[in-house]
Design a protein around this ligand. Structure first.
Ligand SMILES: [Zn+2]
Length: 426
């Protein structure tokens, strides 16, 4: 195969020097006990490498599907099936980043936390990402074509699972070193003698991709939307709380976390080793690339149905005439793709936002175009059109939400039927 064109090695997983193994297509590669769903049942998987398509059957809730597709959960499922590695193929209908740009990320240094207890893919020998457009090579001579699988997935159905005729043989050399990067945290102290020992967290990631492969001659990946915009919101909220002399009962913890682009590393560390008692963080409002590209009429809220934070969001949005919607495209897995996920897994109810739009609208087209052209590209810079009025309204919305949660007598709680309630510590 041609490196970079057909496939590349995903260095988020630390590879062994050599590996050679048979391949098995395992559908979505999911094992979800609570849905009695198992892509590995009845398959001969021992010592083999899994090939899977990203996504989940439509019968699974978006939060559950997202959770089980996280790196750690996925590896647990593969490991339990005796598998040694994985080849991931993204569903071509739900790709945010075109393949050439995705594949060029292989030139970027990857990172893992120095604390190995926080590394979730230990034991995985190899992780490969395969170009969906070249997937036919992988399925040559197999029971089903790749196109058949994608159209089954698009219908929301379970995928067939079968061995592939090919074998994967990989040799790798890894250069390792150490770097240091800081999380930055600040506290806005609460005024209530009883409640100020509790914290409403607002988080935003401070890192982006740095210097990388040139696109149109530009090597600097600025990350204006992803996520200088979120950090700007955090600073605006902090500034306004102070300047306007706002009093909140609970304290507010402002966390600018690092290493998001390297696999949510800074927030994983922070959630595991917070600067306040872990069980005193009552909520996380995370702001990452909210995309103020057009007026704020619809706001997508990830985690909307999971906790009472969703009710608070609705209460704030109503008088602002913002329509609130849940995740319209669960296949993109956004719920696990930003820092809130590490708070969720430590029991903290969380939400994340993105400007929403109606299907087929002009706004939907603007968003799609932004993702295709600017997302994780050097052109995510300050020379792009931004709806500053809308961004300002979003900041007001976020601040009102944080203040409301900080002042409410009861702290946020997971909904009875939320899958993520299992992580709640109290
Ligand atoms: Zn990003």
């Amino acid at each position: 195969m041609k490196f970079g064109e057909d496939a590349y090695i995903n260095m988020r997983v630390d590879p062994v020097p050599t590996v050679e193994a048979e391949l098995v297509f395992v559908g979505y590669g999911l094992r979800v006990p609570e849905s009695q769903y198992d892509d590995f049942a009845g398959l001969d998987t021992k010592g083999k490498i899994a090939v899977y398509l990203t996504g989940a059957p439509a019968s699974m809730s978006s939060a559950v599907a997202a959770h089980y597709q996280s790196d750690g959960q996925r590896w647990t499922a593969l490991k339990n099936a005796g598998m040694i590695g994985a080849v991931t193929i993204q569903n071509p209908h739900h790709m945010d980043i075109p393949w050439p740009r995705l594949a060029s990320s292989r030139f970027q240094m990857t990172m893992q936390l120095a604390d190995t207890r926080l590394v979730e893919t230990t034991g995985e020998q190899i992780a490969v990402r395969w170009n969906a457009e070249h997937a036919d090579r992988l399925f040559a001579g197999a029971e089903h074509t790749f196109d058949e699988l994608v159209s089954t997935a698009e219908k929301g159905k379970q995928l067939p699972r079968f061995p592939l005729p090919g074998k994967l043989k990989v040799k790798t050399t890894v250069k390792r070193g150490e770097v240091e990067s800081q999380n930055i945290a600040a506290i806005f102290p609460g005024s209530d003698t009883k409640l100020r020992g509790e914290y409403v967290v607002m988080s935003a990631h401070i890192d982006h991709l740095g210097v990388g492969q040139p696109i149109n001659g530009d090597t600097i990946y600025n990350g204006a939307m992803d996520n200088a915009s979120g950090v700007a919101s955090l600073l605006e909220v902090a500034d306004h709380l102070k300047e306007a002399g706002v009093k909140t009962k609970r304290s507010i913890l402002l966390a600018a976390v690092t290493g998001e682009e390297k696999g949510l590393l800074g927030s994983r560390y922070f959630a595991a080793h917070p600067t306040v008692p872990p069980d005193k963080m009552v909520a996380d409002v995370n702001v990452d690339m909210f995309l103020p590209l057009y007026p704020l009429r619809i706001l997508t809220v990830y985690g909307l149905e999971e906790s009472t934070l969703g009710d608070e969001v609705r209460a704030i949005a109503r008088p602002m005439e913002i329509t609130i919607q849940p995740d319209p495209e669960p296949a993109r897995n956004i719920f696990i793709r930003s820092d809130q996920y590490n708070f969720i897994r430590n029991g903290v109810p969380s939400v994340l936002f993105k400007f929403g739009n109606e299907k087929g609208s002009k706004e939907a087209e603007i968003e799609k175009k932004w993702l295709t052209e600017r997302y994780h590209a050097p052109s995510d810079d300050i020379n792009q059109p931004v709806d500053k009025q809308a961004a300002a309204e979003f900041n007001i919305f976020v601040e009102r939400l944080i203040e409301r949660v900080a002042n409410e007598d009861a702290k946020p709680a997971w909904k009875e039927k939320s899958f993520f309630r299992r992580y709640a510590t109290n």
